[in-house]
Ligand binder design. Structure first.
Ligand code: SAM
Length: 286
């Protein structure tokens, strides 16, 4: 493999380069010319599922060698990839869709390659999180990406509580099967009036953006069998203007503390101090 067609560097390294290549999240035309060039010219393409990647390769008449590379076989494949790179072969890593490493294989290998002193170049491509964020119209210059929320109840509640108080826009990935459960939890933690956008099937034929509030979205999906890929964008709270949201979250905290065994007085005292408000304000929530 000749690195000169791929490298952006003036001095050619002896080792090959690991290219982390972003691919479309639905619409195959979203692949970049540079990504196609890399997929065509590297020594091999390591992909999450060869059947998925073959669809792109076939569409663009690329016949390069594909190997499977995923969370189940990466411990076996990593040494081989490192060996190939050290022999001067360049390799591309792709996931089934979007940016490798974003809730997809790619994160670990990038770390390992760096620790081996080898070079990585990322070829940017589509990412569902950013596509949904920008489509939402919510503040997007500073945001929190949560990926898939943890399944374990304790960890999940902790993150949901953080999200409920966050002033920044939050992006969450969720499977269609669990969307309704998550919407119910978001209602419990954030209240029904919080602004939200559920982005379904981004970049595909039946792309859909469902909003505007959690109440409305719950109502929209109530009697529907949810299908397709889902990304959720939740607007952050505006602490200065949105006193109701603050009150909602304080009331929830108060109930939690009382359920955990604290007296109303002790719980109110604690929350008043924590939120910088008078104890009587917390009492008035009940
Ligand atoms: N690496 C991908 C990326 O860069 O966006 C994410 C991979 S993760 C395993 C898959 C999740 O991304 C899906 O469950 C869904 O939450 C979100 N997603 C992927 N494609 C999407 C699409 N076309 N529309 C909405 N959400 C999508």
């Amino acid at each position: 493999m000749n690195n000169s067609s791929l490298s952006h560097r003036k001095e050619e390294p002896e080792n090959g380069i690991l290219y982390i290549v972003g691919t479309p999240i639905g619409n195959l035309n979203d692949i970049s010319q540079r990504a196609l060039n890399i997929l065509k010219n590297v020594s091999l393409v390591a992909c999450e599922d060869t059947r998925q990647t073959r669809k792109i390769m076939n569409k663009f008449n690329i016949t390069n060698k594909l190997i499977s590379f995923n969370q189940h076989n990466s411990s076996i494949k990593n040494p081989k990839i490192i060996k190939d790179l050290k022999e001067g072969k360049s390799i591309a890593i792709v996931s089934d869709a979007g940016m490798p490493g974003i809730c997809d294989p790619g994160e670990d290998i990038a770390n390992i390659i760096k620790s081996e002193g080898l070079d990585i170049i990322c070829i940017p491509g589509a990412c569902a999180a950013l596509t949904a964020l920008v489509s939402s119209g919510f503040p997007s210059s500073s945001f929190v990406f949560e990926g898939f929320l943890p399944r374990k109840e304790v960890d999940r509640s902790k993150i949901l509580l953080e999200i409920s108080k966050n002033e920044k826009t939050t992006i969450i990935y969720e499977s269609p099967k669990r969307l309704k459960k998550l919407l119910k939890e978001l209602f419990e933690f954030c209240g029904g009036e919080r602004e939200i956008m559920v982005a379904r099937e981004l970049t595909k034929k039946f792309e859909e953006h469902v909003g505007n509030t959690i109440n409305e979205v719950i109502e929209f999906f109530k009697n529907k069998n949810v299908m397709g890929e889902i990304t959720i964008v939740l607007k952050g709270i505006n602490k200065k203007e949105d006193l109701n949201v603050d009150k909602f979250s304080m009331k929830k905290d108060l109930n939690d503390l009382i359920n955990a065994g604290l007296s109303l007085s002790a719980a109110s005292k604690y929350l008043a101090k924590k939120n910088g408000v008078k104890k009587s304000e917390i009492y008035n929530l009940i």
